[in-house]
Design a protein around this ligand. Structure first.
Ligand code: 5GP
Length: 215
């Protein structure tokens, strides 16, 4: 397991995993778990105009930038995708994807559905994963349990969640987070399986197997 968990060692460009979920589905905790688990999987650090929350670190959680800097990056075509989410700009820099490609490591993008749809159009090799809550009632319970948002904000998040869930059907994989450990195992399984795709493994096999011509 430990060897496999190192993922793609072939020198090929790594896999690109794109994870979306409505707020409260547990996406951030699940993504943190799997990035910690797979040494060759890195978390893509997005740019955002949203101010940092308590405990967030610039350059680790996000690159926190002013609106004019963000708009300049967008105008200069430096984003692989960007979107407005809850009134703030969020974007994935092309440079982040290029660094992953050059380094041969896998990259995990934790982005909203609009951004994921743009990546799907432009990066065909992406693997798209949607994390679902078990039900709207459970999502409401989780958002209320956080104790951080007013009833009005919770109602808005639930409304947004209903809209986002409609997008789930075009993703490659759906993970229902009713039990954290199971959802974590499912995510690990997806990442391991994608690393075993024949297109990924063939180039790393010994020449004596004579499989080069099938590339
Ligand atoms: P939060 O502000 O709670 O960290 O994130 C709000 C939403 O923005 C989440 O759905 C998150 O996945 C999404 N998001 C974070 N980074 C990006 C990005 O680079 N691009 C897009 N399109 N969405 C992002």
């Amino acid at each position: 397991m430990a060897e496999q968990a190192k993922g793609n060692t072939s020198g090929l460009a790594g896999n690109l995993f794109v994870v979306s979920a409505p707020s409260g589905a547990g996406k951030t905790s699940l993504c943190k778990e799997i990035v910690d688990f797979f040494p060759r999987l890195r978390h893509s650090v997005s740019y955002t105009t949203r101010p940092p929350r308590a405990g967030e670190v610039d350059g680790r959680d996000y690159h926190f930038v002013a609106r004019d800097a963000f708009d300049r990056m967008a105008a200069a075509g430096r984003f692989a995708e960007w979107a407005e989410v809850h009134g703030n700009g969020y974007g994935t820099a092309i440079a982040t994807l290029e660094e992953a490609r050059a380094g041969g490591f896998d990259l995990l993008l934790e982005i909203d559905c609009q951004g994921a749809a743009r990546i799907k159009r432009n990066y065909r090799h992406g693997v798209f994963i949607f994390i679902l809550p078990p039900s709207i009632d459970e999502l409401r319970r989780r958002l209320e349990g956080r104790g951080t948002d007013s009833a009005e904000i919770i109602a808005r998040r639930i409304d947004n969640a209903r809209g986002e869930i409609q997008q789930a059907s075009w993703y490659d994989y759906l993970v229902v987070n009713d039990d954290f450990s199971r959802a974590r195992d499912e995510l690990r399984a997806i990442i391991l399986a994608e690393g075993c795709r024949s297109a990924r493994v063939l180039p790393s096999l010994p020449a004596e197997f004579g499989l080069a011509e099938s590339l």
